[in-house]
Design a binder for this molecule. Structure first.
Ligand SMILES: *[C@@H]1O[C@H](CO)[C@@H](O)[C@H](O)[C@H]1NC(C)=O
Ligand SMILES: *[C@@H]1O[C@H](CO)[C@@H](O)[C@H](O)[C@H]1NC(C)=O
Ligand SMILES: *[C@@H]1O[C@H](CO)[C@@H](O)[C@H](O)[C@H]1NC(C)=O
Ligand SMILES: *[C@@H]1O[C@H](CO)[C@@H](O)[C@H](O)[C@H]1NC(C)=O
Length: 451
């Protein structure tokens, strides 16, 4: 499964180890290029069309005849971001959307029927459509727990009640699983680009965690975080999640902000971060080791710690099935870990349209054994999951028990009906060698040149 040894990695490694520092800028050419923005928009709209075409059957599945959304510019329904066209950003004025089952009187009408309005004209027109169509049950997004089914703002709800009246409000229902399923379900055609995004992420970590970027005793974890931020600009991707870089110790958990440390030889480093492109998001955690003088590899205890976390990933993927709840997966994984004498924690989540996407979660850092509501949801096929966990491992060299924290993104494989890692997984710590050549300031000025 390990995919470190593809050509680009080898090429980059050769650059790092053999070539003079002046070739640094050339490493940019090793990165996958995503399509032009124009082409990306075309592709995204193709995906959108396919996703929208599924809504009538989703409505039937959940026993509703229509799905009503109303939102104002800057106060969009959460669903807006998964139904808008690629070249749209915020909703305009008041945008009202009525999805329907495409049957009876509305057959042949656009789906959704859409109004963009700031005069109030939408309400009598919507009323007329409803009277003609006569839907019995109309879903509105008022769920109190699931964000993807709870995006109707209270002001919009009030105006709908006032303008449409009690008769229609009585037919409106909360269908939490509708928005949830629409958002979480992915298309086969997205995977190719999701893979390209993972390639970018992995190569960035390979480059970021190298002696070109880290001078022990000088470079800080924050310097490195900002290097990732700047590099994303060069690579034409953005982020939903500031790169959080930590020196791992017994205390550095959960590390929502990273640590503020000067990086030293012998440190175990950790990154938690994701990129955003083409309406998709990644979320990855890997680890690196800063070699001490004379060392050629990380201490055995650190290698074993990573192995233990890898074993937890195996257990997780072997256990996880569509149709189980998040809590069932969690419970089974924890039971298997107990049998194997592994201590650790799992806190996996769906990923896709959002870094933390719609769907069942499998643990939370603060809810290690059972998650109410979001853990009780059923895991759906055709979804992406971020497998996120740590294994405790005692490191005798430090007399410390460290959490070995790793995270990889997985897709649903139709043939095996299992989740598989999109790119692979980290099975080897990045090693930061001693800088061989130029001191750090000159290295930094090279970055400036490569910009
Ligand atoms: C980023 O976009 C610019 C402008 O389109 C392009 O020249 C450059 O090659 C792109 N970089 C990558 C790594 O795709
Ligand atoms: C997306 O664009 C199409 C074609 O212009 C338009 O009919 C549709 O209403 C747009 N979708 C939304 C949600 O605005
Ligand atoms: C609804 O039906 C029309 C044809 O009657 C079709 O063009 C359209 O794609 C359908 N919409 C959806 C969302 O299925
Ligand atoms: C290791 O740490 C424990 C407490 O965390 C302490 O009691 C013990 O003395 C330490 N051992 C050594 C060899 O420093």
């Amino acid at each position: 499964m390990l995919n470190l040894y593809n050509w680009s990695w080898l090429l980059l490694s050769c650059n790092l180890l053999l070539l003079p520092t002046s070739t640094w800028a050339e490493t940019d050419t090793l990165y996958k290029s995503l399509p032009s923005l124009r082409e990306q928009a075309r592709i995204r709209d193709t995906w959108l069309k396919e996703r929208l075409s599924r809504i009538p059957s989703l409505l039937k599945k959940y026993g509703v005849d229509a799905w009503l959304m109303s939102q104002r510019e800057h106060a969009e329904d959460t669903i807006w971001w998964s139904i808008k066209n690629a070249t749209d950003y915020d909703a305009h004025r008041r945008t009202v959307l009525l999805f329907h089952t495409n049957e009876s009187t509305l057959e042949g009408k656009p789906n959704p029927i859409k109004w963009v309005d700031n005069t109030g004209q939408v309400w009598p027109e919507l009323l007329q459509v409803l009277e003609d169509f006569d839907p019995r049950r109309i879903a509105i997004n008022v769920d109190q727990n699931i964000a993807f089914s709870g995006g109707l703002h209270v002001g919009e709800h009030n105006v709908i009640a006032k303008e449409l009246g009690q008769q229609w409000i009585q037919r409106m229902v909360n269908v939490p699983l509708l928005g949830n399923e629409y958002v979480t379900t992915k298309l086969d055609t997205q995977l190719k680009y999701y893979r390209d995004m993972q390639d970018i992420v992995w190569l960035m970590m390979e480059e970021g965690f190298s002696h070109r970027n880290i001078l022990p005793g000088v470079t800080t974890t924050e310097d490195l975080s900002w290097w990732f931020r700047e590099k994303m600009l060069i690579l034409n991707v953005t982020t939903w999640n500031h790169p959080r870089i930590s020196v791992l110790t017994e205390e550095s958990f959960p590390g929502w902000t990273g640590t503020e440390d000067v990086i030293q030889e012998g440190d175990l480093l950790h990154i938690d971060w994701g990129i955003t492109a083409m309406g998709m998001n990644t979320d990855t955690q890997h680890m690196a080791y800063v070699l001490r003088a004379g060392e050629t590899d990380a201490p055995v205890s650190l290698i074993q710690g990573l192995k233990k976390a890898n074993r937890m990933q195996d257990i997780h993927l072997e256990t996880m099935r569509a149709g189980m709840t998040g809590n069932e997966v969690l419970e089974k994984c924890l039971a298997q870990m107990k049998i194997e004498g592994i201590e650790g924690q799992i806190y996996s989540h769906p990923i896709g349209d959002w870094g933390h996407d719609a769907g069942a979660v499998i643990g939370f850092t603060n809810l290690p054994e059972h998650v109410p509501v979001l853990g009780e949801l059923i895991i759906l096929p055709d979804t992406y999951y971020s497998i996120e966990l740590y294994a405790y491992h005692f490191v005798p060299e430090r007399n410390e028990t460290i959490r070995f924290r790793i995270e990889e993104n997985a897709y649903w494989d139709k043939d095996t009906e299992r989740w598989k890692f999109v790119k692979g997984r980290q099975e080897k710590l990045y090693l930061i060698h001693k800088p061989r050549e130029t001191p750090v300031l000159e290295v930094q000025s090279e970055f400036a040149v490569s910009l």
